[in-house]
Write a protein that binds this ligand. Sequence first.
Ligand SMILES: Nc1ncnc2c1ncn2[C@@H]1O[C@H](COP(=O)(O)OP(=O)(O)OP(=O)(O)O)[C@@H](O)[C@H]1O
Length: 306
Amino acid sequence: MKTVTIEHIVKTYPAEHGTVEALKGISFEIDQGEVFGLIGPDGAGKTSLFRILTTLLLANSGNATVNGFDVVKDYKSIRNCIGYMPGKFSLYQDLSVQENLEFFATIFNTSIRQNYGLIKEIYEQIEPFKTRKAGQLSGGMKQKLALCCALIHKPTVLFLDEPTTGVDAVSRREFWEMLHRLKVQGITILVSTPYMDEASLCDRVALIQKGGLLSVNTPKGIISEFKKTLWSVSADDMFGFMKAIKKDPGVESCYPFGQVHHVVFKTEENSEAWLQQIAVQNNYNKAAIKVIEPNIEDCFMALMQD
Ligand SMILES: Nc1ncnc2c1ncn2[C@@H]1O[C@H](COP(=O)(O)OP(=O)(O)OP(=O)(O)O)[C@@H](O)[C@H]1O
């Protein structure tokens, strides 16, 4: 049995001029124990899908199940077996760390003591601040507390909506390490993120844009779908170089990536000679042009371009 099934889910919202199609009939499945990433830019439809799966929002059409339970008919059973960490903070800002945790334990009819084992490792990191109000915690600490609150009733499936948005790089890394330790305990995790680099930390990912699925695959599988040659270019005038490259109708995409630009051509003929020519014509110094292997972010850029 699949832990999560999503079949042709459509969600629209009324808008000023007609309707917004937030989800355009998407389908995919998640296996037990997977860390599954839902990757997409703002407005892609991630939160709408999370709210449908956590039984807080009704789809216009389509079916979805969690642990074999239907999201409409069996919503009560689903609420008991899932943990949900919404993107906008779910914590009570005026309650202390400990009070927040006690509150979430109480509404699920359990106690911190009963399920402490599951959260121990995460809670120990915020315990020194247990009397501090949640509103006065740093972003990283709020995120750890929100995760403890989502776990306190021992869910078997965790839904984490953009848990690392606005969190510093070190806390982001620590958070992913925590997720992998939860996976080892058999918890299935659906996590959304706008950060494409986090895709490689998932077992499988779905790339979503404007309510449609672009690809569902393992990170390696997504990279193997990239069939074109990828060029890395740099010169002293990076901005001018990009502008000149983008002028050519034969260029499919050119985008900044760290210290270099990544370039893909529509057809591959003479692409290197052409890049060299631009550098020479514009008198760029220290021009460096080479073929590189794509990473997952390049694959997403290509899919989104299509
Ligand atoms: N209650 C609503 N009423 C009208 N439109 C909405 C509503 N909720 C979401 N939308 C629209 O639906 C689309 C998908 O939004 P959703 O919040 O699901 O995406 P998202 O990927 O989670 O992005 P974000 O991170 O910005 O929330 C967007 O165009 C958004 O403006």
